[in-house]
Design a protein. Structure first.
Length: 316
């Protein structure tokens, strides 16, 4: 067996604790040897305040996973690539398209792996959906991605700042699935983005797309949904309907449930990262981020009621 890849983890926040650290510890291809965070660490693992300090002190690190917000990622990731490290990026891969293209160029020049992850693509229903749709004519697509921001992103100020994407932070997960499963690309034709009066990022978005062969697609993203949460994609085809629900964990075709599997997205991400490092490849697909950029460019911007983390403040 080959030695595990010595990995540094940058940003010990919610997703690092919920998903990355458990997935790394279960994958023998990796050894978590250091973390960089201003406020947190992992028991028994060397910890540093910044990724620069981490890489200075531990040149034996071979790969770095970035779980910090997109707005602060580019400089850190570029430094790691310049030092010859393989790099994994949480979604969205950056705050702009250009900076991610720059990282891809750097990785190529350095001969190292860059993996811009889209965790929803590793949901169990996604690959079977892609395979089934590859043989079908798509007539229409409806995406409904509605959740409660107060539950999923409490106190995350960065997500409301420019580059934080607002409701597109979850919405881009739906777009990452759509761009993986549809047999041909769709293009944004219009939309409306609802910005709370006191925030720099949208709380809801309503988008329309068209496919090259005329398929119509709509996407409804909303962060104001309390109660049951909705992460569904309905695709109508010439051979019946396909429904991916629960964020891609469940798949039904023609009304029959064909996949209902437990979540294992981050196990899939780290397995793929190990394969990419072993083969010397990179995986940087900007399609989901391009759609979000298109929505900011082409969508009509509307101002709505201010949003406060404390729901009582809204009504007071
Ligand atoms: P988070 O809980 O707010 O954690 C962010 C981490 O980044 C913290 O460790 C924080 O570090 C660090 N950080 C925050 N602002 C920073 C800054 N200005 N400079 C340097 N470091 C900073 O966020 P998260 O939910 O884990 O999300 C991180 C990324 O994962 C985002 O791109 C998000 O879209 C993605 N993601 C999140 C989820 C989810 O369910 N939360 C799911 C999938 C993907 P300190 O400890 O140094 O303060």
């Amino acid at each position: 067996m080959t030695a595990p890849i010595r990995l540094g983890l940058v940003g010990v926040g919610k997703i690092a604790r919920d998903q990355h650290i458990p997935a790394i510890s279960r994958n023998p291809a990796f050894e978590l040897v250091a973390t960089a965070s201003r406020s947190a660490g992992v028991d028994g693992v060397a910890s540093f305040a910044t990724p620069g300090e981490m890489l200075d002190a531990m040149p034996q690190i071979e790969a770095v996973a970035f779980c910090v917000p997109p707005q602060v990622r580019h400089g850190m990731a570029a430094d790691a690539l310049r030092r010859g490290k393989h790099v994994l990026l949480e979604k969205p891969p950056g705050a702009t398209l250009s900076e991610v293209a720059h990282l891809a160029d750097l990785a190529k020049a350095q001969g190292v792996t860059l993996f811009a992850t889209w965790h929803s693509r590793f949901a169990p229903g996604v690959e079977p959906a892609r395979q089934w749709l590859a043989e079908r004519q798509v007539m229409s697509v409806q995406v409904e991605w509605k959740e409660d921001v107060r539950h999923w992103h409490p106190g995350q100020d960065w997500i409301w700042e420019p580059g934080g994407l607002g409701v597109f932070d979850p919405g881009i997960n739906a777009l990452s699935i759509v761009t993986a499963i549809l047999p041909e690309p769709v293009f944004l034709t219009g939309g409306e983005l609802a910005f709370p009066d006191n925030r720099a990022a949208p709380i809801a978005a309503s988008l329309q797309f068209s496919g090259a062969s005329g398929a119509a697609m709509t996407a409804e993203f909303d962060w104001r949904q309390t109660g049951p949460q909705t992460w569904d994609i309905h695709v109508a085809t010439d051979a019946g309907d396909l429904v991916l629900s629960s964020g891609g964990a469940r798949l039904s075709i023609g009304g029959e449930q064909v996949v209902d599997a437990p979540e294992a997205e981050y196990a899939g991400i780290y397995a793929r990262f190990a394969d990419l490092v072993a083969s010397g490849g990179s995986d940087v697909d900007l399609a989901p981020l391009r759609h979000v950029a298109d929505a900011f460019m082409l969508g009509r911007h509307r101002t709505v009621a201010p949003f406060y983390d404390d729901p009582n403040r809204e009504t007071s």
